[in-house]
Design a binder for this molecule. Structure first.
Ligand code: SF4
Length: 473
């Protein structure tokens, strides 16, 4: 695996190691589906609706599936009830996400049963390698697809709509992407943290080749994308399974140098054990790689971390954050954490709270532990922290973080930030800073022809709240 253990507190090694050259080839056409037969005069093409819950990987998968269905001549419906084909892209990382999927599946049963020609497909992490249980529970669902496995639906639509899809499933690229989009670079996860269902549902790590990713980013840039976020459940372990074992630093450099039309490159999610000096060095050195690192710590207590099988300690994590901050000035640190892990005492929770207060993250994704079927934690540990206690701990984290963000954002008032304009809301432009902070801003004077969409704009910050910034360009 192209990874380093957590650095110790000893002086940091130089970060600017030379990187091996990468090859860039111009974009090549990617495979397309065949098309559905033209509708009869006056008739509309079949419509599809893709519903998505969960992480950015699911968003990216849904964008790619939608691109394939667009390419096949289907049109997008505004609501599931108006569609002929509905795909639910599911998440089961936490119980409340799974509950939403079950709610959608149940609510769509009458729609599916009202007309035999309709197609309902379930995709994503709710679908494991064994599908018999799901088939028994949801007999009205036509296709069950594991993450990124679009083939069962493609085959079914081939039969039902007469689409010639033989051997045509490839790395679909969104046909009409927004200014910012996601590019999955590694699928699956090898870590098997004891609370996590992902490795059981998304499988072992499989990286996509550097050249293929550079071509895809170039194609996205040609379609108007200005910012890509390179995605993986553990993005820092990218490449260890590829010939020559390129790492994330190599990929960042290849995309940075190979696609100069991209204004910004981000990546997530990192794992502390795989965040190497080479990756930190690439973020520090490449100007269009944003200084924004999403580095979950999950728990602040060493005993809890050991029971989670995270593979690092409180001190090791703190040393790594210090190392990143030392080498990447102004870097935004984002983290994920869990409260109420089985056996977590009040004192152990206080260690997590202290980590939040001490490290002053730019964003914290905090979640209450929920038992996931067949994980090590479900088999070995009692979910013994009461639900109301989990809520109290969650609120304590949120309250601490709100104070930190109020102070951090207030300090930005009067500064000028580079903002990528990605849309308008309530008559104002919106976008994000290099560090990922949301900014709403007004424009004095005339806007350039074609508007600001996709432009990097210098915005003077005039007001701040814990959750967003206001400004003027
Ligand atoms: S590294 Fe992340 S995705 Fe992988 S098992 Fe741990 S929590 Fe789950």
């Amino acid at each position: 695996m192209g990874s380093n253990p957590i650095p110790s507190a000893s002086p940091a090694a130089p970060l600017h190691e030379p990187m091996p050259p990468t090859t860039f080839q111009p974009p090549q056409p990617l495979p397309l589906l065949g098309r559905a037969p033209e509708p009869a005069p006056g008739a509309e093409a079949p419509a599809y609706f893709v519903w998505t819950v969960g992480c950015q990987m699911n968003t990216a998968d849904s964008e790619r599936l939608s691109a394939a269905l667009d390419g096949a001549g289907l049109r997008q419906a505004r609501r599931p009830q108006e569609a002929d084909v509905v795909v639910l892209n599911s998440c089961v990382v936490r119980q409340n996400a799974e509950d939403k999927v079950v709610g959608m599946l149940t609510s769509l049963k009458p729609w599916r049963e009202a007309r035999p020609g309709r197609t309902l497909a379930l995709m994503g992490c709710m679908v494991g390698p064994k599908k018999d249980g799901l088939r028994r529970t949801y007999p009205y669902v036509d296709a069950f697809m594991q993450p990124q496995d679009f083939q069962p639906l493609i085959d079914l639509l081939g039969e039902r709509l007469g689409i010639d899809a033989e051997g045509c499933v490839g790395p679909f690229v969104p046909g009409n992407p927004s200014v910012t989009t996601h590019v999955p670079i590694i699928h699956g996860c090898d870590k098997f943290c004891t609370f996590c269902i992902i490795p059981y549902r998304r499988g072992r790590e499989v990286s996509r080749p550097v050249d293929e990713l550079v071509r895809e980013c170039a194609m996205l840039a040609a379609r108007g994308v200005k910012e890509v976020t390179l995605l993986g459940q553990n993005v820092d372990s990218y490449g260890h399974d590829l010939p020559g074992a390129p790492d994330l630093a190599d990929l960042l450099e290849a995309v940075h140098d190979g696609v100069p039309e991209l204004a910004r490159i981000r990546f997530l999610t990192s794992h502390p054990n795989d965040m190497s000096d080479r990756i930190i060095g690439a973020v520090a050195r490449l100007p269009r790689v944003m200084e924004n690192v999403n580095l979950p710590f999950q728990a602040g207590n060493d005993e809890v971390l050991a029971r989670m099988k995270r593979g690092y300690t409180n001190a090791g994590y703190r040393a790594l954050v210090a190392r990143i901050r030392e080498n990447v000035p102004g870097v935004a640190m984002v983290t994920d954490l869990i409260v109420g892990f089985p056996g977590e005492t009040e004192a152990q929770f206080e260690d997590t709270l202290a980590m939040v207060r001490d490290l002053r993250f730019d964003k914290v994704h905090a979640a209450a532990y929920s038992t996931r079927p067949n994980t090590y934690a479900q088999r070995r540990y009692d979910d013994d922290v009461r639900a109301d206690e989990k809520r109290r701990r969650l609120k304590a984290i949120e309250a601490a973080q709100e104070v930190i963000l109020a102070e951090a954002n207030a300090a930005l008032v009067g500064s000028t930030q580079e903002v990528l304009a990605d849309g308008r809301k309530n008559g104002r432009w919106q976008g994000r800073t290099r560090t990922g902070k949301l900014v709403s801003f007004d424009v004095g004077g005339a806007e350039p022809q074609g508007g600001l969409l996709g432009q990097l704009v210098s915005v003077c910050i005039t007001a701040a709240s814990p959750w967003s910034l206001q400004g003027a360009a």
